[in-house]
Design a binder for this molecule. Structure first.
Ligand code: ADP
Length: 365
């Protein structure tokens, strides 16, 4: 978790839980918590050339940054979309550094009314970057202020009521809005069209994750053998944030149980202890597959049935669990419901069932 996210907040459950635990640790020992936060931000690259992977995105941004600097203008507004943990906030940290301008971090869910956004816009200094995380969660009434702000660096406010109502225009200093979203499809057309640069962040390759693990192991001052880094990368779901979390746990385990050296065996033992398997599936992913296969016979099964059986929110499954299971070809989303693939059966060491399960096999053979 980043320091910026702590300052700005976010109101989903996982965030609240995370925030609670940060607050608890702040109460428990301010010194320790500050050290942990500092360490977290240490792992975040601060320049474009320190970022690993996303080569095309980096190249296009570098061109836009160079050109804007040469012209002495603000960079065009940028929208990043992609699943959590792939580097949207990192890009929003790096770009202002490259442009040599300040940045203000906001989060969509805290912008509940125009009064939450307007002071931020009017206080921006020339060419500053304004970063809005989870921008799809801004209410319509707030979003409308962004239209003229982004297009003409102006906001129009109605002051007074009834026949005394007057529209006043405020000129803003030129700025760059960087928006980040995990749900590009939920962004309204007018807002999406006002971003001059739109970048989708994809998952990282095995070798990119290995590089990230080696880089961060050096920062965390832990020695990780090459085979161990490869193993951690393979269980990190293509996501740098997951790789960082795995690495931190394995470092703790190695320091407590193995004199601090992360060998292949230590990495495997540490991940076994927190129930992360060879594919990178965690306890919740495997419960999902268990419900779908053992209770529902492999599907097709509605998502609500799976959620009710697991006693978790449907959104948690669709947002946090299913994307990785789909990507790993362990489940299919069909119009009739979720279906476990033969790979899921064999991952749980179960024979595929006769009937629909057996038919699907031909799809994958
Ligand atoms: P998002 O905002 O998309 O949820 P973040 O930008 O917060 O993701 O990334 C999470 C962490 O992953 C960062 O703190 C950083 O350590 C690491 N990370 C992300 N992208 C990269 C990258 N391209 N190179 C190196 N580390 C990265």
């Amino acid at each position: 978790m980043t320091r910026e996210k702590i300052i700005n907040g976010d109101d989903d459950d996982s965030w609240e839980n995370e925030q609670d635990s940060v607050e608890e640790s702040l109460n428990a020992d301010p010194g320790l918590a500050t050290a942990a936060l500092a360490e977290d931000s240490n792992l975040r690259p601060s320049r474009l050339d320190e970022m690993i992977g996303q080569m095309d995105v980096k190249e296009r941004l570098q061109i836009a940054i160079d050109a804007a600097k040469r012209r002495g203008e603000s960079l065009g507004h940028i929208l990043f979309d992609g699943p959590p943990g792939l580097g949207k906030t990192t890009f929003a940290t790096v770009i202002p550094q490259e442009m040599n301008v300040p940045v203000e971090f906001l989060s969509g869910p805290v912008l509940k009314a125009p009064k939450d956004l307007i002071p931020c816009l009017t206080n921006l200094v020339a060419h500053q970057v304004l970063f809005i995380d989870e921008i799809h969660r801004i209410p319509k009434a707030v979003e409308e202020y962004l239209y003229t702000a982004m297009e003409d660096f102006r906001i129009d406010m109605v002051i007074g009521e009834g026949i005394n109502a007057r529209t006043h225009s405020f000129q803003l200093r030129p700025f760059t809005l960087i928006g980040a979203t995990t749900r590009a499809g939920m962004l309204s057309g007018p807002l999406r069209d006002r971003f001059q640069i739109r970048e989708h962040l994809g998952y990282y390759s095995h070798s990119e994750l290995q590089q990230i693990i080696h880089r961060n192991a050096t920062i965390l001052k832990v020695k990780v053998e090459a085979e161990a880094a490869a193993e951690i990368a393979g269980r990190s779901r293509g996501t740098p944030r997951v790789a960082n979390n795995r690495l931190r746990w394995i470092r703790d385990y190695a320091q407590s149980r193995a004199n601090g050296l992360v060998s292949l065996e230590v990495a495997r033992d540490a991940m076994r202890m927190v129930k992360i398997d060879e594919l990178g599936l965690d306890h919740q992913d495997r419960s999902y597959l268990e419900v779908l296969i053992r209770i529902c016979g492999g599907g097709p099964t509605g998502i609500e049935t799976i959620a009710a059986t697991m006693n978790v929110a449907t959104d948690t499954l669709t947002d946090d669990v299913e994307p990785f299971l789909l990507r790993s070809e362990l489940i299919l989303r069909t119009p009739r419901g979720r279906v476990a693939t033969p790979k899921a059966f064999s991952h749980l060491k179960l024979p595929p069932p006769p009937g629909p399960g057996a038919d699907q096999k031909t799809l994958f053979d």
